[in-house]
Design a protein around this ligand. Sequence first.
Ligand code: EPZ
Length: 416
Amino acid sequence: MVKFLVEGQRTLCGRVSINGAKNSALKLMVAALLGQGSFRLENVPSITDVETMAGVLRALGVRLHFASGCLQLEVSSVAGQTPEALVKSMRASVQVMGPLLARLGRVEVARPGGCNIGSRPLDIHLAGFEQMGATIEVKDDRFVARAPRLHGADITFRYPSVGATENIMMAATMAKGETIIRNAAREPEIVDIQGFLNGMGAKIQGAGTSVITIQGVGELGATDFSVVPDRIEAGTYLLAFLTTGGSGTVENVVPEHMAPLLGLLASMGAGVEVGEGEVSVVSPRRLKPFEASTGPYPEFPTDLQPQMVALATQAQGQSKLKEAVFDRRFGYTHELGKLGARITPNTSAVTIEGITSLYGTDLVAGDLRGGAAIVLAALAAEGQSTIFGVEHIDRGYEAMETQLTSLGAKIVRIAE
Ligand code: EPZ
C-alpha cells in the first residue's frame, strides 16, 4: 500500500519539465499492433498505465523494452488473448479493438475498467465498427467483434468521443476503401496518432478537425516517433503553483494545447506568460473566482476539472464549474470537504466558496485526477495530511512527489 505524507502551506516555485502525454502514448503503443517491424517511441512517461499496456501487448506477442523514456517495440505476428485482469484495470485497453479487428478480423475483450468517473458506455465505438461491416456479440461482459475484412464507411458520431475517434481511425487504416469520421474528437493526442500511423504508411487526413478521412491500405510498417507533451500534467503543475500562492514554469510543453486553461487563469488575475515551449504563472495578491464548463477539446479539459476546483478554494468569492463530459466526476469533493473546503456538488456542477483555510487530515484518492486535486489541496492546507490510494496517481503522473519536492513541497512516499 502506497501513501503520501504531505506537510502543507509551503509556497511552490521553480521549473518543472513535462513528460509525454499518457493519453497519446497508450494509443501509440496499441496502434503499433497494426504494423510490422521495430518501433522506437521517445518521450514515453514512466507511469503504471504504460506498464499495464505493455502487459496487454506482451500477451498479444509484442516484444517491448522500456528505459528512460524510450520504448522499443518489436511487432511481427500478433495473436493471443487480451488479459482480462489488465483490461479490467484500464479503460484505454479497449483501444486494441480497432487494430485487432483490422489485422486479425476478430477480437474479444472484456468490458474495460479504469477511472470510476461515469457510466462510460462503448456504443459509439461499436456502432462505428458495425458500420464498417463488423458483427458485435456481447457475452458475459465480453465484447466479441468479427469482420473478415472491414470496409470503409461514412460515420457521424453522436458525440465527439476521444476513444471512439481513435479506435475507428486505427481500424480504418487497413479497411477496404475510404472512411470518413464526422463530429470526430479534436484533441491534440489524436493529431499525434495520425502522425504516428502516417509514419507507418497509413493515409489519414484531418485529425485535429471534426472531419477525419482515412484511405485504407493493405499493410503497415513501423516508425520512430516522439510523444506529444502532456498538457494535463503541465496544467496540474501550473495549478499547484497557484494553489500554494507561488509562481513557476512548466517546460517541454505546447502552449497552444493549454489555451483553455491559460485563458481561465488569466481571468482569475494570475500572471500568465507563454514562451518557446514553456508557460509561466505568477500568483496575484488575490485570485478572482471563475465560472466555467468542461467540454470536448478545445473547450476546458475535464481532466483538469478536479485540480481547478482545488484552486477555487483559494480564490476570493464563489466559483462555479460545470462538468459536461462525464456524469460522475465529483467523487473527490468529499475528500476536499474533509480538509475544510466549502464545495457544493450537484449532478453536473459544483459551487466552491473561497478563500477557505484548509487543515491537514487523512484523505483517500479514488481516481487519477481526483487524486491530483487532493494532493494540491493538501499542499495548501495547514499541517500534515496522509493521502492513501497513491496507486491511482501513479497511473498518470511520473514521480509526482519528486517533481513537487523539487519545487519546494514537503511530500514523501511511504510504501508499506
Ligand atoms: C479519454 O477517455 C481520456 N482517456 C480521458 O482521460 C479523458 O477524460 C476523455 O478522453 C475526455 O477527454 C484516455 O485517453 C485513456 P470519451 P475516453 O470517449 O476515450 C461518452 C484521464 O484522466 N461516450 O471522449 O473514455 C463517455 O461516457 C482520463 O487521463 C459514450 O457515451 O473519453 C463520456 O461521458 C480520464 N459512448 C464521454 O463520451 C461511447 O462509445 C467522453 O468519453 C464513448 C464515449
